[in-house]
Design a protein around this ligand. Sequence first.
Ligand SMILES: NC(=O)c1ccc[n+]([C@@H]2O[C@H](COP(=O)([O-])OP(=O)(O)OC[C@H]3O[C@@H](n4cnc5c(N)ncnc54)[C@H](O)[C@@H]3O)[C@@H](O)[C@H]2O)c1
Length: 388
Amino acid sequence: MKKMNVAIIGDKFMGKAHSNAWKQAGYFFDLPIQPVLKVACGRNAEQLKEFAQRWGWEEVETDWRKVVGRKDIDIVDVSTPTYLHHDIVIAAAKAGKHIYCEKPTAVSYQEAKEMYQAVKAAKGKHYINFNYRRCPAIQLAKRLIDEGKLGRIYHWRGAYLQSWIMDPAFPLTWHLRKETAGAGPQYDLGSHNVDLARFLVGEVKSVMAMTAHFITERPLPDESVARTFQAGSKGTEKGKVGVEDAAFMTLEFENGALGAVESTRFAGGRKNYNYFEVYGSKGSILFDMERMNELEYFSMEDPDYAQGFRTILATEPVHAYVANWWPPGHAIGYEHEHVHAVVDFLKAVDSDKEMTPNLYDGMKVMQVLDAGLESARTGKKVALKDME
Ligand SMILES: NC(=O)c1ccc[n+]([C@@H]2O[C@H](COP(=O)([O-])OP(=O)(O)OC[C@H]3O[C@@H](n4cnc5c(N)ncnc54)[C@H](O)[C@@H]3O)[C@@H](O)[C@H]2O)c1
């Protein structure tokens, strides 16, 4: 079988999720290309060595530029904090690599445009990891919409709610600095939600939004802290939080539908509540990531005496990707979405076909998100065409 060498840049949360996906994909799916876990890159040499040993990466390197410049690397997996995506993706595109990049695309729409220009001019395939698209229940939502089961779409109602920074002692990690994250939950969480809105409803035309800042100063992190969900900080020195704590947007879609997107890290009790509802003239669907094997579906075409939301357990072999896993009812999880993305990515590379979502989608999502931040700043509705 054809082999391709993968380099991963970033060895923490997404570093693990992606390493697992590169390894597992071939155990469960017939791959056209065998990924070879060639080199892992991270900032802390000691932690990196341990990471590479655990996951089976052959080599380690702390300078990402050296990794991207290596002739024997075919695929660059970008799993670093967001501010590094721009430079790594552009360097990887120029070096002719295939690119597998985490979301949000960049720290601004402008940067995302530059990244898209670079990959468009290059020959490698590119993917942006909006992994939720590859959840079987969300694939089922897409199928129901494409088959016309919802009729004309009227509404998108999305919410992505978490609570991991509610403690004021949670330190000022890279996620809370504008220069490293670009924005707060608007980018981190809203990017996933807007991607799903574009996937299921269509292109956005205009945006109105508000943001809120609840905690404006936080303790500086210990050197070793990137993100631990309960992390406090031993130090007393504080720094300014550079991003919003919550962002709520309303969306007008090109097809006339109206949408809402709520993104916050201040929703106590919500851990990874990635939730949406789609309402159409013939039916409705609801999805909640915390119950990710299920899709709620309501059909107005059911007889009136039997109408009501039904829960579909999307674990049958007819549901996307499921036949390669377990028998019906044996649920799958978050990590499986990453495996599905790797499978589709390798197929796209092998067949020389575009993969979606790619850096074009990543750029379009950033346009919506930046329109939202602009609207929050000015208090005015922002049309996407004015952002070109
Ligand atoms: N798709 C998802 O569900 C999802 C979930 C979480 C995070 N993310 C995204 O993934 C990206 C990484 O987030 P994370 O949570 O894994 O972050 P993290 O803080 O857990 O890990 C970041 C990694 O980047 C490495 N790094 C930092 N600077 C570097 C440099 N100059 N050179 C090489 N390596 C460097 C660090 O050593 C660390 O291993 C972000 O863009 C984030 O938004 C996506």
